[in-house]
Design a protein. Structure first.
Lengths: 59, 232, 334
């Protein structure tokens, strides 16, 4: 059952960091934070399904 | 069909009757579980509240499986490690979607129209989720837990919290993590959602000042859900 | 409405929605959301799994870094270790952190008493049976006056601290501390009394795992409190050495990080940030100062609906026009 503990990508090595002035963030955290902004803006921009129903048409 | 257990005339002094009537008055079934939403609910940003709840469900589900076998299990079995991974990624997803939800609600000024308690409960959920995660990190029984607990103790001791909340005491931290703090989060989320149901989703900002908010005409024949019977 | 109350609670002309509704299945939405999140968690698990770096033990610490262990141990004995001088909630040997007149660490007192001399050194050594040299050394130590105990311990600690400082500053250490066959030999300039025998015995006990066990035991059989072994290890260099490799130190923004290359606690970014800037960076009271700032900001976060300017920004910066674009378009065409 140890196959369940295995991973496609092994992240068990010391992190690479993004460094700027006094800011030192791990790449993983920068990716997460970056993705949050991307997802937020996509959520604002992408059309939401059901426009026809909201206009009063057939669903 | 068996006879109803209720007396024919409800006793006005009965606590049960009072609680029931207050509950039904505040949130009648159609308001507690409405089958329609205002037409301005038309953005993907509205999905992040339910995504937060969904993440919490996956966290509690995976956490329950970890709790079934005890805190050491995931270190020495593949299945245990698998559920630990689900739990960890669900936590990352939870904070991810919850913060995006928070951003959306801020830019909507979703506290408007008497909804300040919705904002307040939401903010408190975030602030309680942080120590909930911390107690999880220090309960891992690995090097990460050793490091985080020996570091976090300094912050907590500095404000006196360490006197009764000892992050290096595994037994205490595990209890807080598995029972007390998740219970607090679930209770707060329930209050938050019930308040949203009570007040409805916040309407849009007016684009221009209008002397009155003109109500739209009654239900069309095309099946659009009308405003009748719906509370906003 | 007074000017003040208008400031904290701007005029809210939000009306109850009297417009149209459309069919919306909340229960189905919840099920779909749970399905999507479960799938995402599954995919991330399959791709990346999760970290599980094995914990350090005192046995490993003493085997891998015997001089570092011995240095920490003698400082526990002479009361100069970080734990010994910590103050509440462990002891009264320090006042703890403070911010002006605010001293909660001191006010809340000692709730988890730790006497480093007794708990980390003398107590564990007393459990070793059948060692006449150790028994005699302990007897000599315990019956000596406090001043004598301190002199012995400091005489033994001095070369060890000098060597540790030289190594930290990447200078050539003096030849007063040598390791031979896993034991640590310290050339003291003064009289260290029974302390060398005690330290050598403690090192041997630690390597066998005896100190791990001894520090975990207390008044009862079942144990769940790891405070003592953790504080002892944290007084040494092994945990911080591992932490540095994993980018977990304070000046590495460590509190946001996870071991390995996994994402950590990104939500702690603001809490971590304060520690990188003055005056907090070099302050002895950094923890309480940062906690106070974060406490105030957390309260402000809860009270955003009442904070002037902050509660109006969403109106001024019209991100809401993106959220409600369909609504505004249909209003205009109506």
């Amino acid at each position: 059952m140890n196959v369940l503990a295995a991973a496609v990508f092994n992240l068990n090595h010391p992190a690479h960091t993004v460094d700027w002035e006094f800011i030192h963030l791990s790449v993983a955290n920068v990716v997460v934070i970056g993705l949050m902004f991307v997802v937020f803006f996509l959520a604002l921009l992408l059309p939401f399904p059901g426009a026809t129903r909201r206009r009063g048409g057939a669903s | 069909m068996p006879p109803s257990p209720a007396p024919t005339a409800p006793d006005a002094h009965s606590w049960t009757v009072k609680v029931r009537e207050a509950g039904v008055e505040a949130l009648p079934p159609e308001k507690l579980l409405p089958d329609g939403q205002p037409t301005y609910v038309a953005s993907w940003i509205y999905m992040f509240g339910v995504a937060s709840i969904a993440s919490l469900i996956v966290i509690i589900g995976s956490g329950s499986i970890l709790a079934l076998k005890g805190p050491a299990w995931w270190h020495y079995t593949g299945v245990g490690h698998f559920f630990n991974s689900i739990h960890m990624w669900a936590v990352e997803l939870f904070f991810f979607v919850m913060v995006v939800h928070l951003w959306g609600k801020y830019w909507m000024a979703a506290w408007r129209g008497g909804r300040t308690r919705v904002w307040i409960t939401g903010a408190i959920i975030f602030l309680v989720a942080v120590p909930t995660a911390l107690t999880g990190y220090v309960s891992q029984q690995n090097f990460d837990a050793q490091w985080i607990s020996t570091q976090a103790k300094d912050g907590l001791n500095s404000v006196g919290v360490g006197a009764f909340f000892n992050v290096t005491n595994f037994g205490q931290m595990y209890s807080w993590h598995v029972l007390l703090l998740p219970m607090a989060v679930v209770l707060l989320v329930s209050a938050h959602v019930l308040l949203v149901r009570t007040h409805g989703v916040v309407p849009p900002f007016e684009l221009e000042k209008r002397p009155e908010f003109a109500p739209v005409a009654a239900p069309a024949a095309d099946g659009a859900v009308s405003a009748a019977g719906q509370q906003s | 409405m007074s000017r003040f109350s208008r400031m904290i609670h701007p005029k809210d002309d939000t009306q109850q929605w009297k417009g149209r509704y459309y069919p919306y299945d909340l229960v189905k939405e919840l099920f779909i959301a749970v399905g999507v999140i479960t799938l995402l968690a599954l995919v991330l698990t399959i791709l990346f799994s999760s970290p599980d770096d094995k914990p350090s033990t005192i046995a490993q610490w003493s085997q891998q870094k015997p001089a570092d262990f011995t240095t920490a141990a003698v400082k526990e004995l002479d009361g100069t270790s970080p734990t010994a001088e910590y103050g509440p909630p462990y002891n009264h040997n320090g006042t703890g952190q403070e911010a002006w007149i605010i001293k909660p660490q001191k006010w809340l007192g000692v709730s988890h008493p730790i006497d480093t001399e007794l708990d980390f050194v003398v107590g564990p050594l007393e459990t070793i049976p059948g060692d006449p040299a150790l028994t005699a050394a302990l007897a000599q130590y315990k019956t000596a006056p406090e001043k004598q105990k301190k002199e012995w311990a400091e005489a033994y600690a001095k070369p060890l601290e000098e060597t540790a400082t030289a190594e930290e500053e990447k200078k050539t250490p003096p030849n007063t501390v040598t390791e031979s066959n896993g034991t640590v030999i310290v050339k003291t300039s003064g009289n260290a009394g029974p302390v060398p025998v005690m330290m050598t015995s403690l090192l041997a006990m630690a390597k066998s795992g005896g100190v791990d066990g001894s520090l975990l035991t207390s008044k009862q059989f079942f144990q769940t409190d790891y405070t003592k072994p953790l504080l002892f290890m944290a007084d040494g260099g092994l945990l911080s050495e591992r932490a540095q490799e994993q980018h977990l130190l304070g000046d590495q923004w460590g509190m946001m990080n996870e071991t390995g290359s996994y994402p950590g606690q990104a939500w702690l970014w603001l809490y971590a940030l304060w520690y990188q800037v003055e005056p907090f960076k070099s302050s002895e009271n950094a923890d309480i100062l940062v906690m106070i700032i974060m406490g105030v900001l957390s309260l402000a976060f809860i009270c955003i609906p009442f904070i002037p300017i902050v509660n109006r920004v969403p109106r001024w910066i019209p991100i809401y026009k993106l959220i409600w674009k369909e609504h505004y378009r249909s209003e205009q065409s109506a």
